[in-house]
Design a protein around this ligand. Structure first.
Ligand SMILES: Cc1cc2nc3c(=O)[nH]c(=O)nc-3n(C[C@H](O)[C@H](O)[C@H](O)COP(=O)(O)O)c2cc1C
Length: 372
């Protein structure tokens, strides 16, 4: 049997294979408030044979938004929309977690309630370019807005936004949630030794920088239990702008330990070097191994682009237990079956990653249909 097609148990949730769908923002939620519907239900249901589906990143609060047409999970209308998705996925035999997202400073007043400044751990702007969609459909890239530092007294409110969002995810029928602690967004900003120079209990030392990650995870667990809360981290740095600080390595090892102590569903490690082969080369493989050892539970690896062989090798070598595929999941709705049958994998069209409607989203054929 293909090594990625063996079943895996995520702390009690049985997944029929180890081919997971990585979280993928597609910016097709209905405007203005980010409600998903039949379009997304069809998309995720087409991919129900993946061992686990992880949803696109989804805002826990209006303040957590930084992109056009990304979905939310903070309002009853969001719950109703996502319920269509989870019902279709479950009817098709699948399992789906929702990715809980707060972008922090990777935003712009355009996306913020009342046109306010975005928030972060400190008042230092991201170098990210932010996409803005004008009412006439024109897209524009603008520099990220200058954030304001969250006040100490606001932090419990941010944590409770995670709890509220997770409770909504539960009401929407999700099997669990993934806390997005990777890719330069809010939690990653607080984790970062190069950015988080706060002097209160939420910054500075490793323990303080970990506080938001752990409190958000515990908040999400109020709805689901830790066994249904996965956590995504990008321990080798980030695609955007958080340079690695000398003690970030120790922080990541401690994060894995703490999350393992809680019995979290899985630890999802994102290798940010898009399109390169596996975890070799410039990556700190020893760090990934150390995190796996510290976590003592299922580790999901991600970042292999089309190099399935590298992913298989790393799972065989024990670096991880499952693999989340991003771009391959976009273009191969039947990826587990293709791996089983040795069918050629379809290429993705990156011009249609973000956009509108079913093109480049729900029109990638299954292999059998393609062969007819
Ligand atoms: C179109 C697109 C959207 C993405 N959206 C998200 C997201 O919402 N949340 C997230 O954690 N990562 C996101 N990522 C990163 C992917 O989950 C994944 O880490 C990346 O594509 C590398 O995996 P791959 O080599 O299998 O594609 C996105 C990547 C792409 C290409």
């Amino acid at each position: 049997m293909h090594p990625l097609l063996q079943p895996i148990d995520l702390r009690g949730l049985r997944c029929p294979n180890r081919v997971f769908m990585a979280p993928l923002t597609r910016q097709r939620a209905a405007r203005p408030e980010g409600v998903v519907g039949e379009l997304q239900a069809e998309h995720y249901a087409q991919r129900a044979s993946f061992g686990l589906l992880i949803s696109e990143a989804t805002q826990i609060s209006p303040e957590g938004k930084g992109y056009p047409r990304t979905p939310g999970i903070h309002d009853p209308a969001h719950v109703a929309g996502w319920k269509l998705v989870t019902d279709r996925v479950h009817a098709a035999g699948g399992r789906i977690f929702l990715q809980l997202w707060h972008v922090g400073r990777v935003s712009h007043p355009h996306h913020q309630p009342g046109g306010q400044a975005p928030v972060s751990c400190v008042a230092k702007a991201s170098i990210a370019q932010i996409s803005i969609l004008h009412p006439d459909g024109r897209r524009e890239m603008v520099p990220a807005g200058m954030p304001r530092a969250l006040e100490t007294h606001e932090m419990p409110r941010v944590v409770s936004d995670y709890a509220h969002a997770a409770a909504n995810a539960k009401a929407a029928g999700f099997d669990g949630v993934e806390v997005h602690g990777a890719n330069s967004y809010l939690i990653n900003q607080f984790l970062s030794g190069s950015l988080n120079t706060r002097t209160d209990a939420w910054g500075g030392s490793i323990g303080n920088r970990l506080r938001l990650l752990l409190e958000a995870t515990d908040a999400a667990a109020k709805a689901f239990g830790h066994a249904r809360v996965g956590v995504r981290l990008s321990p080798m740095g980030s695609v955007k702008d958080l340079p690695i600080a000398p003690d970030d390595r120790d922080l990541m090892l401690r994060a894995a330990q703490e999350l393992g102590d809680r019995g979290c569903a899985y630890l999802h490690l994102y290798n940010h070097h898009f399109g390169t082969a596996g975890w070799d080369g410039p990556f700190d493989r020893a760090l990934a191994e150390g995190m796996k050892a510290n976590f003592r539970g299922p580790v999901v690896l991600n970042g292999y682009a089309r190099d399935v062989d590298a992913a298989v090798r790393d799972v065989r070598d024990g670096l991880g237990d499952a693999v989340a595929f991003g771009k391959l999941a976009i273009s191969n709705p039947d990826l587990p079956e293709r791996l089983r049958d040795g069918t050629a994998l379809a290429e993705w069209n990156d011009q249609l990653f973000y956009g509108d409607g079913p093109a480049g989203y729900n029109d990638y054929p299954r292999a059998l249909a393609a062969a007819v």
